[in-house]
Design a protein around this ligand. Structure first.
Ligand SMILES: Nc1nc2c(c(=O)[nH]1)N=C([C@H](O)[C@H](O)COP(=O)(O)OP(=O)(O)OP(=O)(O)O)CN2
Ligand SMILES: [Zn+2]
Length: 138
C-alpha cells in the first residue's frame, strides 16, 4: 500500500529567459517580456511529494519535518531572493524556465530520498502556470 506525502514550499526569485547565442530580436520573439535584460521576478510555489510504503513502526512514509528541512537546505536557501541566472550555479548555462527549475530541484532532492520511494516536484511559476517532474522514467 503506497501513500503520497506532500510538502508545500515557497521562494521568490528573479530570472531572465534568453539564449546568449541568439540575437536580442530572436530572444524577444521567443521569450517576449521574459527576455527583459533587467530580469523580472516570480513568487514560485513548490510542492514536493514522496510516495512509498508506510513504515509500520512510525506510520510515516517520510517524516514531513525531515522533508521540510531538506527543502529548506537544498532549495529555499539556494534559490530564495536570488537571481537564478546570476547567483545559482545550475543556471549559469541553463535557461531558468519553470521546466528546467523543476528538473534542477528534483535532481537536488533525489539523492536525499530513499531509493525505495518516488519523488515528484510540482512548481508553480504563476498561480496559473505550473510544471510537474517525476524524474526521467524513460
Ligand atoms: N513552457 C514555459 N513557458 C513559459 C515559461 C516557462 O517557464 N515555461 N515562462 C514564462 C515566463 O517566465 C513567465 O512564466 C510568464 O509570466 P507571466 O507573463 O506573468 O505569465 P502569465 O501571463 O501566464 O501570467 P498568469 O498570471 O499566470 O496569467 C513564459 N512562458
Ligand atoms: Zn518569468
Amino acid at each position: 500500500m503506497k501513500v503520497k506525502v506532500s510538502r508545500k514550499a515557497h521562494f521568490n526569485a528573479a530570472h531572465r529567459l534568453y539564449r546568449p547565442d541568439w540575437s536580442f530580436e530572436k530572444n524577444d520573439a521567443i521569450f517576449g517580456l521574459c527576455n527583459n535584460p533587467n530580469f523580472h521576478g516570480h513568487n514560485y510555489e513548490l510542492i514536493v511529494s514522496v510516495t512509498g510504503e508506510i513504515d509500520p513502526e512510525t506510520g510515516f512514509v517520510i517524516d514531513v519535518k525531515v522533508l521540510k528541512d531538506l527543502i529548506k537546505s537544498e532549495i529555499e536557501d539556494a534559490f530564495d531572493h536570488k537571481n537564478l541566472n546570476i547567483e545559482v550555479p545550475e543556471f549559469k548555462n541553463l535557461n531558468p524556465t519553470a521546466e528546467n527549475i523543476a528538473v534542477v530541484i528534483w535532481d537536488k532532492l533525489r539523492p536525499h530520498i530513499d531509493n525505495s520511494k518516488d519523488l515528484e516536484v510540482v512548481l508553480y511559476e504563476t498561480p496559473r502556470n505550473f510544471v510537474t517532474y517525476v524524474g526521467n522514467t524513460l
